[in-house]
Structures are given as C-alpha cells and as structure tokens.
Design a protein around this ligand. Sequence first.
Ligand SMILES: [Zn+2]
Ligand SMILES: [Zn+2]
Ligand SMILES: [Zn+2]
Ligand SMILES: [Zn+2]
Ligand SMILES: [Zn+2]
Ligand SMILES: [Zn+2]
Ligand SMILES: [Zn+2]
Length: 465
Amino acid sequence: MVRSLAQWTKTLSFPARISPKTSKESVNIHQVSPTITPTLSNNSLTKNNDFGMNNNNNSSLNEVNQIYSDPESEKAIMSSVVYCIHHKEGCKWSDELRKLKGHLNTCKHDAIPCTSKCGAQIPRVLMEDHLKYTCPQRRTRCEFCNKEFTGHALENHCGNCGYEPLYCENKCGIKVQRRHLSPHKAADCSKRLIPCRYCAKEFVADTLAAHHLKCGRVPIQCPNRCDASVLAREELETHIKEECTISVHSCSFKEAGCRFKGSKKTMEKHLEESCQQHLSLMCGVVSKQQHQINSLKSALSRLSLNYSGTLIWKISDFAGKMGEAKNKEGMELVSPPFYTSQYGYKLQASLFPNGNGAGEDSHISVYIKILPGEYDALLRWPFAHSVSFTLFDQSSCPEKACNIVESFIPDPTWKNFQRPSLEPDSLGFGFPKFVSHEMLKKRHFMKDDTMFIRVKVDPSKIVAV
Ligand SMILES: [Zn+2]
Ligand SMILES: [Zn+2]
Ligand SMILES: [Zn+2]
Ligand SMILES: [Zn+2]
Ligand SMILES: [Zn+2]
Ligand SMILES: [Zn+2]
Ligand SMILES: [Zn+2]
C-alpha cells in the first residue's frame, strides 16, 4: 500500500535534519520532535550550494544508523513507498522513502529561499521567473532611460522615468518623453488653449487662425479711407452707416423714387431742400398702394364667394336692427352676394326687418336680386331657376322644429329676371309678407337675437318647395 507522507509527518523526520544530539538521545522514532516537518528550509538545500545535502550523506546515514539501530526495521521503513510531500500541490512523484530526499532537490514544487536573498520562499519551478522579473534584488535596466536598478528601485522609478514616451493629455495625438511634456503643453501642443490677442477669449491653438479671420476685435481701416482712426472689425458697419464722413448713402426716399446719393453731410442738406419733391413722390406711392389694396380686396372677395347656389344667411343683433328699421323707413339688410354655380348667376338676398310694401310695419320682407355677374353674357335670360326662402326654427330638438318656407318660380315676363344692367334695380323679387312680426316671436325662430335664413336656387325644380 502506498501511503501519503502526510501520515508520516507527525512522527517522522528526515535523517539529515535530525540534530545529532536529539538523535543520540532518542532511538524511538515516535519521540522525534513533531515540529520538524519535511520541508526543505535548510539553506544547505539550494541549487547554488551544489546539493550540499548530498555532501552530508555519510553523516546522515550514520545518524540514521544510530536511530534505527535495527538495520532490518530501518530498511523496511526506508523502503516504504511514499508520495512527495508536495503531492497536494500537484507533484506526481511517488517512490521509496529513501529516495524522497533526492527527489526534493529537484522537485519543482519544493519552495527554496530566493537565491538573490530577497527573503522570499520561491517554488523551484518559479525561481527563474522570479529572478528575472519579480525579485526585488534583481538587477535590471529601465527600458526607457537604460539606467540600471534593482527590481525594487525600478518599481519606484517606473511611472517617473523622464524618458518614458507618453501621449499628450490634450489629445493632440503626439507622444513626448515625460520630461518634455510640460514644455510641450505650454508651448507646442496644437490643442493647448491660448487667448486671442484681440478679443482675449481662449481658443484651442489650431483654431486660432480661423478665429482671427472673423474675430470682431481685429483692427481694420475704414475702406473709405476717412480720417477715422483704426476701427474694430465689428464696428465697421455702424461706422459706415452712421459715422463715416466719406461713405455715400442713398436718400431715404429712394424707394419712393428719389435718386439722390451723397455723404452724411450733403444728405442732411438734401433732405432739408427736397421736402416738396419727397412729398409728391410719397403721394405717388400712396395712390399706387391704394390700387393694389383695391385689387387685393376684390381678389379676396372672389376667393370667398359662395358658388353653391345656396346661401345660409345669418342675421345677428336682430332686435337692434329691427329698432333701427322702425325709425328709418325702407331700412334694408343685404346678404353677401353668391353664385348659383361656378359660372352661374350672381344673386343677393335682401331683408326688410320692418317690412316693405304690403308687409310694412307687420312683417319681415325678403327678396332676391340678380346682380351683374362675370358670366352673364354666357347665361340664358330671363333667369328661370326656382328660388326658396327658409326661416329656420332653431329648436334644440330637430324633430320638433318647424321651418317656414316660401318659394317661387320666376315669371319670365317680369323685368327683374332679365339680364341686369350694371346699375341693378334696387328691388328684387320675393315676399313682402314673408313672416309676421307676431310669428317671429313664436317657436325658436330667434335665438340669441339671431335668425338664419336659407336662400336656395334650384335649376332642376319647376315647382320649388
Ligand atoms: Zn515533488
Ligand atoms: Zn528574490
Ligand atoms: Zn528610466
Ligand atoms: Zn499636445
Ligand atoms: Zn478674437
Ligand atoms: Zn470711414
Ligand atoms: Zn431724396
């Protein structure tokens, strides 16, 4: 059976490490100090020492002989098969106990003191790396300044070496040695901030030239070569407009037609002397604008014209209009004009609140007038469409509403239906007794002092309803 040395370590030590005193006093292996464990802390066990252990082999064997006085049992114990004491760390070695010491000299898992005497315990397997890269006692050179340091000193030097190339913190993209970094940032870096010498605002160095091209404080000369001293660029416009004694201006009545041009001084004189001329120029402008306003107005009314053949005429403030009509004989309200179709007859409704003719003082009277329209030359005359007037009952319940409707078919002999002249008749055709004043108060014909009358022209109906 193969036993792990862990089972041995409490009682077993290696012959080489048992002091002669102890060994003399004790022949019983169970009395060997349990604190002496099979680690190779003994300095004699180093590579540099050329396996000094082996040099002691003879004395060790003597000691063993003294301990194990019985050569038979000694032989038996030394022939026991054990694992390496570094079995748990991964050493696969296993052999007779007598060969363990030899193995430990080469066991890669066995820690020995650093050969450069830095004090660290280093597994043999890592010693080479340790001596090369991590031992504080190693001799090494700074890769940047090439000076020699111990490993420990290099750690302090690292991060401070003046020769280490670093990227400039301003992100200008340039690498400079640490010792040159400050001068670079102060004097050469294209990304350093420097103040514009004209406006004193700070700019990144490589944008300063572009800024100078438009900096408002850059000094320039007046292009008119006037006697003004040097100006800042941003002041030039005001200078030329308001101060420059040489720059030439157009008269402020230029738009009205004055062609005078002159310096600031002569302009003052011109304005004084040309009041009459400027005034008549302005009169011309005003009358021209009046014409424009009129044509815009008619264009606007053409755009807002109703071409549907149906007019819903809203008459608000009716009580006031009725009061006015009672005091003023023949007071007539007229609707906006409307067309029977896009190229049809142009019509207009009129209403007498206090009645007209047979309905005077008792009814409201409604009429339709034919106005001279744009397309009269192309239309059939006399006008023959049926026309209906509807006074709406504005009841909130539409089923209960009861409108008043009157309609007529034009009499072709009636002169009102002939093609109108440019001065239309003041009276149209309609119903002098459309709705009595009494009736107007009933139902909901008036609501919020407002009435709605629909005037509908229907070319298809012979009998209008
Ligand atoms: Zn081993
Ligand atoms: Zn070391
Ligand atoms: Zn260095
Ligand atoms: Zn830089
Ligand atoms: Zn500037
Ligand atoms: Zn000037
Ligand atoms: Zn003028």
